[in-house]
Design a protein around this ligand. Sequence first.
Ligand code: HAM
Length: 405
Amino acid sequence: MINPLRGMKDLTFEEARRFEYIVATSSQIARRYGYRYIETPILEETALFKRSVGESSDIVGKEMYQFEDKGGNDVCMRPEGTAGVVRAFISAKLDRQQGKHKFFYYGPMFRYERPQKGRLRQFHQFGCESFGEESVYEDFTLIQMLTQIFDALGIGYTLQINSLGCPTCMPDYRTQLVGFLEGVKGHLCEDCNRRITTNPIRTLDCKNESCQHHLSAAPRITENLCESCQSDFETLQRLLDEAGIAYEVDSNLVRGLDYYSKTAFEFVSDAIGAQSAIAGGGRYDRLVEFLDGKPTPAIGFALGIERIMELVQMPKAPREGYYMGAMTPEALSSILRLAARKRLSDTVTIEYASKGFKSHMKGADKAHARYAVLIGENELKDGTIWIKDMEKNTEETRRVEDGDF
Ligand code: HAM
C-alpha cells in the first residue's frame, strides 16, 4: 500500500468540509474588504524566495522543496504565498499603475520541516495582500478583517503586535543589538551565534530558554523607532483600542520571514499545542522594489488552514437536495430524466438499484437529503412521483409536468 509522504495528508469527509468552510468564510469576508481572488503557480524560480523570504531565514536555509527541473532550472515549491503574489503583481505591471490592488488566495505551501502536531510539510494557507496603501489605517483594517474572520469561525485568539522599524531606524537599532549580542554571545546557542552576523533580529525569538534569559536585557526595537514608525505604531494601537480589539505588544515578535518592516503581527491560540500561531503577517513596503518593481507599500497576512480546522466551530450541515430512487426497475429511466432536470439547479443523489420503501428511506437519510423522491409502479403508470420533505416530515404525490415536478 502506498501512503502519503511524511508530513503530508489527505483531507477527506469532515476535514474537507471544514477546509471548504474556512475558505468560503474567509473569502467572503475578504471580498467585503475589497480583496479579489488571485491564483499563482506553486512552482517558482528559487531566486524568488531567496530574495524575498531571505537567504538567512530558516525557510530558505533549511526548509525549501528545491530541485532542478528537466530543463536544468533551479525551482522551488512555494513555502509561502506572498512572494508569488508580489511577483505576479509586478509581472502584470500593476506596480506602474500606482493604484490600490488587493488580492486573496488559498492553497498548498511546502516546507521541509520536522513534522509534528500542527506542523506539516504540505499545509494550506488563506492569505490576503494589499498593495499601494501606505496609511497605517490599512494595517488596522487588515487586522480588523482577520478578527472578523476568526469571530465568524468561532475561534478565540490572542493578537500580538510589534513594529520592526524602517530603513531610517532599523540600521541603528541593528548596530545596537549586534553590540549587545557580541557581549553575551558566549551564552547563546549555535543558531543565535550564527545569526549575529546573518540576521541579528531573529535571535530575539529564539525558543532556547537560556538564550531568552540572556536576551532579556537586549535593546528593544519599540524603544528605538524613528518618529514616523513610532507615530504609526501609536496610531495602530489607538485604532485597535477604539475598535475594542485586544492585543499585546511583543517587541520580540520578529517573524520568520525577512521582508517585513513596520507593523508585524501574529494571532495565536492556546488551544492547539506548541505550534500556536494561527495567522501572521505585516507590512512589507520594500519587497516590490526588491523584486525589481516600482516602490509600492504593501501589507498582508496568511492564516494556517489546518491549524484553524482544529478550532473552527462548524455550523450544523443542513439537509440538502434530493435523493431519488426507483421501486421497480422500469422506473429508473424516469428517475434519470428527472435527476438531470433537477441538477440544473439542485443537488441530486440517485440510487440505481430498485429497492423497497424502507431501504430507500434509509438511503435518503444517509445522503442527508432534504427530499426523497420515489417512483414505483403506480407513479410510473400515472405520470407522478412520491415526494417526502425529510425535514418537515410531510409527503405527497405530485404530477410530473414538462419533465419537472
Ligand atoms: P507565516 O507566519 O510563515 O507567514 O505563515 C502563516 C501561517 O501559516 C502560520 O501562522 C501558521 O498558521 C501556518 N503555518 C506555517 N507553517 C506551517 C506548517 N509547517 N504547518 C502548518 N501550518 C503552518 C507567511 O507565510 C507570510 N507569507 C504571511 C504574510 C502574508 N505576510 C504578509 N503577507
